[in-house]
Design a protein around this ligand. Structure first.
Ligand code: GTR
Length: 321
């Protein structure tokens, strides 16, 4: 009886105490100043102001907490609280999101944005949160479109024959590169520079801000073939361990500011693409423009293999104007 009363008294005291201030670890593979990093830092500032300092972010950019796969695992166990990652490496832990990871599932960037901003985008975030992966899907970010960069110019699938091309860690991407004519090799982002330099790989694929900031063009990848084969949204996730401890009011604030970060990042992104495209050209990177139909056709077997399970969803994505 005494114990019970003591416990009740303790519970009342604790309820009256203000929630403990917490600094959440936020992580990103990209360097300081990159659009995703800036948008998440600003989201942290808004949370700090709105909660009178109870919730703050501390940003760990530039892969200091590990590569993306390792950071996803750390977020699942709550060692990282907030993570901006490509959706690519989320596929292996939440297969439902692979519908967005397929080559040419979006017609162009505007189409991808219309999808992620609307009900389908919300459905996929909810799927991430509902799956047993211990991640809460908060918002989307823009990763532009990914094109191929190589040491030798590539103008057709035949030019890719025998070339080892680094892809993100997800079997879907290795299949995509194999279908495009090359040899897909799965590898962490941080290993690409040295792998290019030492000849372990002959090329990789990414958007202009990544190609520039990761310096891959300095490791010999001077030809940038505009394949636009993947338009993969980035995702902002929170560890479920962390999210479940927040009050409903704080959870709502996190979601609100995450949605705002989605649109702030987009503005920063568009400026970054223009800026880094110009910088790459100034560094002598040759942009090889080409009709994407050849790559669209080459990757049809990948959509057939992985897309069968999302046939209805793909039709709904296609119907978004
Ligand atoms: C970038 C993306 C990163 C990372 C990287 C990669 O475009 O923003 O999150 O996934 O590509 O290729 O590993």
């Amino acid at each position: 009886m005494i114990i019970r009363r003591t416990l009740i008294a303790l519970a009342i005291t604790m309820a009256a105490l203000p929630a403990l201030a917490q600094t959440m670890k936020a992580a990103d593979v990209h360097p300081p100043g990159y659009p995703t990093v800036v948008a998440v830092e600003n989201m942290g500032k808004k949370l700090d102001a709105a909660t009178q300092g109870r919730i703050k972010f501390q940003m760990f950019p530039g892969s200091v907490l590990g590569d993306e796969k390792a950071m996803i695992e750390q977020t699942q166990v709550g060692a990282i609280q907030i993570l901006r990652t490509s959706l690519g490496p989320i596929g292996p832990v939440t297969p439902e999101v692979n519908v967005f990871n397929m080559p040419f599932v979006f017609r162009n960037i505007a189409h991808m944005r219309a999808v992620i901003d609307g009900p389908i985008g919300q459905e996929l975030l909810d799927k991430v949160s509902a799956s047993p992966n211990k991640l809460i899907g908060l918002a989307w970010m823009d990763g532009g479109s990914r094109s191929l960069y190589t040491k030798k110019p590539v103008r057709s699938p035949a030019d890719l024959k025998g070339q080892k091309i680094r892809m993100m860690g997800n079997p879907l991407f290795v299949d995509t590169m194999n279908a495009m004519g090359g040899n897909g090799i799965s590898m962490g982002y941080g290993e690409v520079f040295t792998a290019l330099q030492t000849g372990v790989i002959d090329g990789a694929e990414n958007n202009p801000p990544s190609l520039y900031t990761a310096n891959h063009f300095k490791a010999g990848a001077k030809y940038y073939t505009q394949t636009n084969h993947l338009i993969i949204p980035e995702i902002l996730v929170m560890s479920k361990v962390t999210y479940d401890k927040l009050s409903p009011a704080d959870q709502a604030l996190v979601k609100k500011f995450a949605r705002e970060a989605q649109f702030e990042q987009r503005k920063l992104w568009d400026a970054a693409v223009a800026d880094y495209t110009a910088k790459l050209k100034a560094e002598g990177v040759e942009f090889i423009e080409m009709d994407n139909k050849v790559w669209y056709d080459a990757t049809a077997p990948v959509r057939a293999k992985y897309g069968a399970q999302y046939a209805d969803l793909m039709a709904r994505i296609d119907a978004v104007k």
